[in-house]
Design a protein around this ligand. Structure first.
Ligand code: EPU
Length: 420
């Protein structure tokens, strides 16, 4: 298993391009199951999770074709099995996203029930109850969700008890081919939900209200093929900006969307960053200054994203002053804190809040990644440490950050991948 070796203490400087958004690309690939026609998906990031989703389509009998520009064409007319096996679901929970499309188009679907993971118990009860409200029979047997419907799913008025991103996406996809109107109340407003809705609309779906907490879908009889380019990854964007701020650097990220990063950019400004934006770029300059600690609270979009909480904890750990970070989305997303304390950080966990006292610099140490965003935060911690840090279990990072060491090297970081 590879590790990342980081020699810290270098300010990040330079320009990089941002990849397509993982959390848009995954539901959009699942949405290709909604039509027998070919859907071309462009700007896919090169990530392990994307490979897993392509493999999942493959084991159903759908063979995506990758063209010379690395766009993927999916034609699901060859589908043979309506099933997502445990072997794939256990490596990627987002496999649950095939449930809605399979059920609404073929009337049946079987998806292994995802278990808990490093950041929380993460049940899928809201996906299931919404599909039941639309007329599906759903049972959980032998660790599998088995869903079927006699005829077509029926439009329904669904109130989501909690804001759920993939839950909203699953129900929205299911509703595109249902009979009649579906209203999803308390829907997720995340930009990735909007990106999926825009792709579905291009496929012929009738959807309104995406980006608000009420999404209205009028079912249509069929969807057609299209070509769609995945939006830029806001979490990758934010991660590099935070890394630059923590290292007192100056970077420009290109091919991104400043308009969907407002909560993050405002926290970076509070931390002392000088930020300039254009339509598709963000320039962050710390003018060589140490960042100031910030306090924040995660919540569904447009509030501060849980997927950027760990990276800000790393920034606070070397900032001037103290900051409190409260996590309200997942119950166990502080595993990185213990590793940062081993590097000399001063962080206390109390319930769902961490209190961080900034120190002048961290000390390099061997550390272990526990999930995707925790891995990113440990890399940032390594970049602001004296001496050498090795980050183990980096398969987590390869799930969600395209060529991370190459991009950081472009910005001047001393980081390389080493075999264990
Ligand atoms: N929840 C339930 N029941 C459900 C669904 C969700 O109780 O049926 C709870 C969850 O346990 C959690 C909260 O609701 O406490 C919100 O979870 P949500 O369903 O929104 O999370 P998700 O859809 O499984 C997506 C992203 C995550 C991101 C969260 C929150 C994808 C593929 N994953 O997960 O991304 O953290 O939304 O924004 O879109 C990541 O990229 O590192 C990542 C974990």
């Amino acid at each position: 298993m590879d590790k990342l070796l980081i020699n810290g203490g270098v300010s990040l400087n330079g320009e990089i391009r941002i990849a397509g958004a993982k959390n848009s690309a995954l539901p959009i690939l699942a949405a290709t199951l909604l039509t027998p026609e070919t859907v071309q998906v462009c700007n896919l990031p090169h990530l392990f999770d994307i490979t897993t989703m392509i493999e999942l389509l493959g084991c159903m009998g759908v063979q995506p074709v990758i063209d010379e520009k690395l766009n993927v064409e999916v034609n699901s007319s060859t589908i043979k099995h309506f099933s997502a096996p445990y072997e794939l679901v256990k490596t990627m929970r987002a496999s649950i996203l095939v449930l809605g499309p399979l059920l609404t188009r073929f009337g049946e679907a079987e998806v292994a029930l995802p278990g808990g993971c490093a950041i929380g118990s993460r049940p899928v009860n809201l996906h299931i109850s919404a599909l039941q409200a639309m007329g599906a029979d759903v049972v959980v047997v032998d660790g599998y969700i088995r869903a079927s419907v006699n005829g077509k799913l029926k439009g329904a008025h669904i109130f989501m008890d909690l804001v759920t991103v993939t839950g909203t996406e699953n129900v929205m996809m299911a509703a595109t081919l249902a009979e009649g109107q579906t209203i999803i109340d308390n829907a997720a407003r995340e930009p990735e939900v909007v990106d999926l809705a825009n792709c579905l609309i291009r496929m012929g779906a009738d959807i309104n209200g995406q980006g608000t907490d009420t999404i209205i879908i009028n079912g249509v009889s069929e969807l057609k093929g299209c070509s769609y380019s995945v939006m830029p990854d806001r979490i990758e964007t934010g991660t590099y900006l935070i890394a630059a701020a923590a290292t007192r650097g100056h970077i420009k990220v290109k091919d991104t969307r400043p308009d969907i990063l407002e909560s993050v950019l405002s926290k970076l400004e509070q931390a002392g960053a000088d930020i300039k934006v254009g339509d598709d770029w963000i320039d962050l300059d710390m003018h060589g200054q140490r960042p100031k600690a910030v306090s924040l609270r995660t919540a569904p979009y447009p509030a501060f994203p849980t997927d950027m909480q760990a990276q800000f904890t790393a920034l606070n750990s070397v900032a001037i002053g103290a900051g409190a970070i409260t996590e309200t989305v997942f119950e166990n997303r502080f595993m990185h804190v213990h590793e940062m304390n081993r590097m000399g950080a001063s962080i206390k966990v109390e319930g769902n809040t961490v209190f961080v006292e900034g120190v002048e610099s961290l000390k390099g140490a061997p550390v272990m990644a526990t999930d995707l965003r925790a891995s990113a935060s440990l890399i940032i911690a390594g970049l602001v440490s004296e001496n050498e840090t090795t980050v183990d279990r980096i398969y987590h990072i390869d799930r969600g950050y395209e060529c991370i060491e190459e991009k950081l090297q472009l910005l001047g970081a001393k980081i390389r991948r080493i075999p264990s």
